[in-house]
Design a protein around this ligand. Sequence first.
Ligand code: F0G
Length: 447
Amino acid sequence: MYQSEMVSRQELPDRETRVAALEAAGYNVFGLSSSTVYIDLLTDSGTGTMSTDQWAALLGGDESYAGSDSFERLERAIADVLGFEQVVPAHQGRGAENLLYGALVDEGETVIANTHFDTTRAHVGESGGRPLDCPVDGAFDIDAPGEFKGNLDVEAARERASAVGADRVPAVVVTLTNNSAAGQPVSVENVRRARQLADDIDARLVVDGCRFAENAWFVREREPEFADRTIEEIVREQLSYADAVVVSGKKDGLVNVGGFVAVADHETELFGRLRERAVLYEGFYTYGGMAGRDMAAMAVGLREAAEPAYLDHRIGQVRTLADMLESRGIPVYRPVGGHAVYIDAGEAVPEIPRERFPGQAVVCDAYREGGVRAVELGGFAFPGTDRPDFVRLALPRRRYHREHLEHIAETFGAVLDHAGELDGLEIVDEPAREALRHFSASLRPVE
Ligand code: F0G
């Protein structure tokens, strides 16, 4: 559904260069220079392609410190598409999380979520809170059937809340789609039930809506009540149950940077606190760390993300990649989620034990084989957990074409072909905060 208006040159460096670059990066692909990466699937965050309408809006950006016209456009887009009128902008998703969780969570309190994304977990922790995950059964099982494997297990959440004491739970969080659980969608019905739980325990319901449009696409496909509704209607219905939504614009905002937190009409006091915190941590509350031009581009991007033809193409591309990989024998998570294909490295390379990071071994070899950069989300990224050794292949929005998908599938096919010869890895050096080690630890191969 697109034609290219601008292109950038990309070359596959030769194998010798790739081998040397990987070694210099300490077998951690976060350390690679992007000039040595051929196809970059590290993340779908801020890596997409903007439309000509977004570039046009960008040139009209209003850089006023206060009361920028670009902020007003962003406010209108958020009101129209997401249904929220009280908006506090932030430089990106985690900036918005800092504003929100810093305001909501106190020392010793527990926040319950379908699964906390890494930065959400960290911000709850920074406020002295304890993040508790209640995903549904099968969320981390690549073969388990289920149409909404991203859902919150509401009954488990209710039990956990009464175990810690309902008055110690300031917020229930639903992340849609559930990035940490293979990008699986969350049903509207589940958000309604989460709302009921929040009411029962007098907590706030927060929705992390980074991928609000992709989630709505699955709702329209799978939840009969919504089969004939528009994407925008579904988005507004699903988010209407939340007291606050926190969004990284780098996903379904279709921009390279930016984010916001928006609160429901009844949350005037919280809105005031968020604005104050924005002035402290992000910038004045009509720009929040974004340039006016970036807000103008996001205002357009939020509307484009809800277009059905765009979403058909987007989710279709992720599914095509999963099919291509599976036809080469690679174990992929099913059903396929919204923004990425997840491979189970534990199954793909059973010869490497978990403590030798099979997922990281696959990530390194995919780079060596085809210059493809993916990311490990298993025992290396999440130490001390029993998360399966997933490798995530996140597709940037509107960036790659079918030929790219074919190259990716061939690359992982080659990795699988010699999986029995792959070395595991051991950590040589890691940062003080173990939870952040997958960003900066260095490793070395061990036989
Ligand atoms: N919430 C979710 C569900 C996310 O996936 C992310 C980012 C954030 C919050 C934080 O937003 O990056 O703008 O500060 N996810 C990226 C990823 C980094 O690769 O999955 P941010």
